[in-house]
Structures are given as C-alpha cells and as structure tokens.
Design a protein around this ligand. Structure first.
Ligand code: CA
Length: 406
C-alpha cells in the first residue's frame, strides 16, 4: 500500500500529524519528523524540496525552533503539512521523504527546559488521601479545591519512550522500622499523566492569563511519572517529592499539537468551590480534553484512566504556575498529575490499583503490587477527532531494569 493511503480509521491519519524527532535508518543525524500512519515524513527535507519557507524551522535536530515560533506559524506549518500529505499534486514530491516508522530511531523531541508536575485529579488525590491520612475529616487537603497543587521536578531526567528505567535506590523507612535503610526501591510505581509542552516563552514578572494558554502551549504528550513510593513516603514531608520521582520521567516520542485536538475539547467537571479570578474559567471556552488513556503492563491492560475527569485544566495550571511572575521558557514541560477516574479500573497508579499493596493485580505472568525488574509499562491514548475519527497519541513505554546498586 502506498504510504499516503493510510487506512481509514487509522488514528495517525492526516487529521493528526504529530511531531517528533528521528534519525533515518543508518544515520545518526536528527531531524523533525511528522507521523503519518506507520510512516514518518522527514518534514525539513520535504519543505526544502517544495521550496517551503518553513524548511528552516523543520530541518532541525529538535522541535524547539518550531515551538518558539508561535501560534500563527504553528497553524501555518500544520496547514502546509496537511496539504503535502493530502493533495495529490504534492504527494509525488513528498513521497521520497517518507520513512517506515519501524526503520527509524525516535529521540526526545524537544530540549526540556523546566519541568513541573501537578496533582489535578480529584479521584487520585482522594484515593491517596484515604490511604495516607485515613483519620482526616476530608480526604482532600484544605488547599486542593483552591489551587492546582504542583512541584518542580527534574528536567534533565526526562527521557523518551523506549528508554529503560533503572530501578532507583534510596532511603526508606516503613512505619515499623526502627531506623531508615538504604537499597533499591521495593515499591516502584507508575503515574499515568498527560504532559503539556510550552512553546512561546513569557516575560518574568508578567503572569500568563487563562485565556493566553493557546498562545503559549504547543501541544501535549503522554507522560509516565515513575515514582518510588517507599523513597517518596520517607522523604516528602514537608517539602514534597524529591528523589522518589527525579530518577526518570518518560514522555512519548510524538507531540500532538493542540490544533489536532479541537474535537476533543470538553468542559472540566463542575467546580464545587468558588475560584479566585485568575483561575476562574466559568466564562471561558472548554478547557478540558477528552483523552482515553490505557495503561498496560507487559501487554495486559490494567487501567483505562479518562483525562476528561481532571478537575484542574492545563490552562489553569499554566496561569497558576506563572501568577507569581515566574517566566516560561521554550521547552517547559508540565505534567497533569496522575489521571484517575472514579472507577477502580480507571486508576492511573499501582498505588491506587493495588490499594497500597493490599490488593495485588492478577497478570498472566503473576501477581503485581508494584513493578518488578523486566516489567514493561506502556501508556497509550486516543481522543475524538473530526468526523468521528480518532486522534492517536504516541505511546510512552519503558522497561524496568535492575538497580545499579548491589
Ligand atoms: Ca505525578
């Protein structure tokens, strides 16, 4: 089948066109690619061949120049790409620059600037609250409905899908232990999340308003916030996550532009508490996204978290992150927080799925509470697209390897 004839119903058809960075077979050179079905278009080479003014943005080893170019250019480039892969007159010239997906090496698609992770799922926050603060009157902390809780993570350990994750070591102390011990984590977990990628920077001292979200954020990807629960539990009071999460964060190789997700926009859940004006989105266009996520361990689906249930939107998170005057940089990445729906089979972490280790999952290869060495975790997702189509998000996968510490 010719590469342009993407089967009908393919979630990576010409209505999607996510961006990545790849090296063709036999080459170490990196360049921007656009996924079409099971092929990758060398976007820079195609732009050059067609005399497109966007060649200088696309024939690059990272998405950062395109990210920095801003919304008007993002839309123009997408329009051009759509024409190249759909208009027969262009297809002949462009066809030479399509590579089979299976033949290329995919790389981290952008230089990650700052990395922030949020905690925006009410179901997740309540589950964690019930497990760790069983005596509290409310499973949510008093601030939870007033601001999107987050922390600054480690951008240097954000890795692309397919990268192995070495089991981290650190201090842990179970409640009954008389003293902390050191060693490989025995409660290694996942967090199924969506990552938002900032393109256009902002000036220090000037907050980004809710309504400016789309001027700054280019697109989204799937994100796995690997978490060592035992290290985290001992270290996190009072300053929050640190070494229990900073060892690795995996992102998909494909960044889906917001422009591909227009049909997936939905209103977030009803607000139960009044919001301060800088977070009040009652009069705004819908800020949620209907993304249907699947979590698989060694190929068995263990959960299907619905992103549409997230209480805080990405626009609110961006507004909150900058309301103190903190500036944005091209390549900033922020995670949504673990996505957990209201049902037990919609929970986005093993902590919740096994209820803190009490209820092991039954997999074909054995029971799981937390991850074992050799386990492969894969997040995938799709969103409603135009005319009943599906927009696929690039999967994010990672395999656990044995600790480097003996
Ligand atoms: Ca997280």
């Amino acid at each position: 089948m010719p590469p342009f004839d993407v089967p009908e119903g393919d979630p990576f058809g010409p209505h999607n066109l996510p961006y990545g960075v790849f090296s063709p077979a036999g080459s170490t050179e990196r360049t921007v690619g656009v996924r079409l079905g099971d092929h990758v278009l060398d976007a820079g080479a195609a732009a050059r061949a067609l005399g497109s003014p966007y060649a200088s943005l696309l024939a690059r080893p990272s998405l950062n120049p395109l990210l920095a170019a801003g919304r008007t250019t993002w839309s123009d480039v997408r329009r051009a790409l759509t024409a190249w892969v759909t208009v027969p007159a262009h297809q002949e010239a462009v066809g030479a620059f399509l590579h089979p997906l299976a033949s290329v090496t995919l790389h981290l698609p952008f230089e990650v600037a700052d990395y922030v992770d949020f905690y925006a799922s009410e179901n997740h926050a309540r589950n964690v609250g019930q497990m760790f603060r069983p005596d509290a009157a409310d499973s949510l902390t008093p601030n939870w409905k007033h601001l999107p809780i987050g922390y600054h993570g480690r951008s240097g350990t954000v890795v692309v899908s397919g990268t192995d994750v070495v089991r981290p070591s650190g201090q842990r102390k179970a409640p009954a232990d008389p003293a902390p011990v050191f060693g490989p984590s025995v409660r290694l977990d996942i967090e199924a999340e969506v990552g938002f990628v900032v393109g256009v920077p902002s000036e220090r001292g000037r907050p980004v308003a809710l309504g400016d979200f789309r001027e700054h954020v280019f697109g989204l990807c799937l994100l796995n916030d690997w978490s060592a629960r035992d290290i985290q539990a001992w270290e996190y009071v009072p300053l929050g996550p640190f070494l229990g999460k900073s060892f690795a964060t995996s992102v998909s190789a494909w960044i889906t532009p917001l422009d591909a997700l227009e049909d997936a926009r939905v209103a977030p859940p009803d607000r139960t508490h009044p919001l301060l004006p800088y977070l009040d989105d009652a009069q705004d266009e819908p800020g949620g996204y209907d993304l249907r996520i699947s979590v698989a361990i060694n190929g068995s689906v263990v959960s299907e978290p619905p992103f549409s249930t997230m209480y805080w939107t990405a626009a609110q998170q961006l507004a909150h992150m900058t309301v103190n005057g903190a500036s944005l940089r091209t390549g900033d990445l922020y995670g949504s927080g673990t996505v957990s729906g209201p049902e037990p089979w919609q929970r986005g972490s093993l902590l919740e799925l096994s209820w803190n280790g009490r209820d092991p999952l039954e997999l074909p290869e054995g029971k799981r509470t937390f991850l074992q060495d050799g386990d492969v975790v894969t997040l995938s997702a799709w969103a409603p697209g135009p005319g009943g189509t599906r927009v696929g998000l690039g999967e994010v996968s990672g395999r656990i390897t044995a600790s480097a510490v003996v």
